[in-house]
Design a protein around this ligand. Structure first.
Ligand code: ZN
Length: 139
């Protein structure tokens, strides 16, 4: 069995944002040499997410509105977490809803995806360098 590990680094210039990271994951699969196996992609931070959905700008605006309704950033004193001096109480909650990781099948050396599936990095507390882990196993 082959095993391959790679980190992707991001620095989203805004507090929140969504990045399509499917090309970087495909590149990692090529680098791994794995043609049949599994690929795990996870955020290494507790205020950002990795998830699969459609690459559609309207949908990303809908997420932004929906997440701000569920866990508004302001006022920051509404979160006990922010009593520590942080201001990212909302980002912890948004990440919980959007998820930590995805696991995808690798078939014939590529992501075995449905027609609209794409992998996204969801940032909820940006303006700093953060990491995503890719782990690929198979043969
Ligand atoms: Zn925090």
């Amino acid at each position: 069995m082959k095993s391959y590990r790679k980190e992707l680094w991001f620095n989203v210039p805004t507090r929140r944002g969504f990045l399509n990271i499917t090309p970087q994951v495909r590149e990692a699969i090529l680098e791994s040499g794995v043609t049949e196996g599994l690929c795990l992609v996870n955020s290494m931070h507790i205020t950002s997410s990795v998830f699969i959905n459609d690459d559609e700008s309207g949908l990303h605006e809908d997420y932004e509105k929906w997440l701000e309704k569920l866990a508004p950033h302001a006022p920051i004193n509404q979160y006990k977490h922010n009593n520590t001096g942080e201001d990212n109480g909302d980002a912890h909650l948004k990440r919980q809803v959007m998820g930590r990781e995805v696991v995808t099948a690798i078939t014939k050396g590529d992501l075995d995806f449905g027609p609209w599936e794409q992998i996204f990095y969801g940032e909820f507390d940006g303006k700093r360098r953060k990491r995503v882990l890719i782990k690929i196993i198979g043969e």
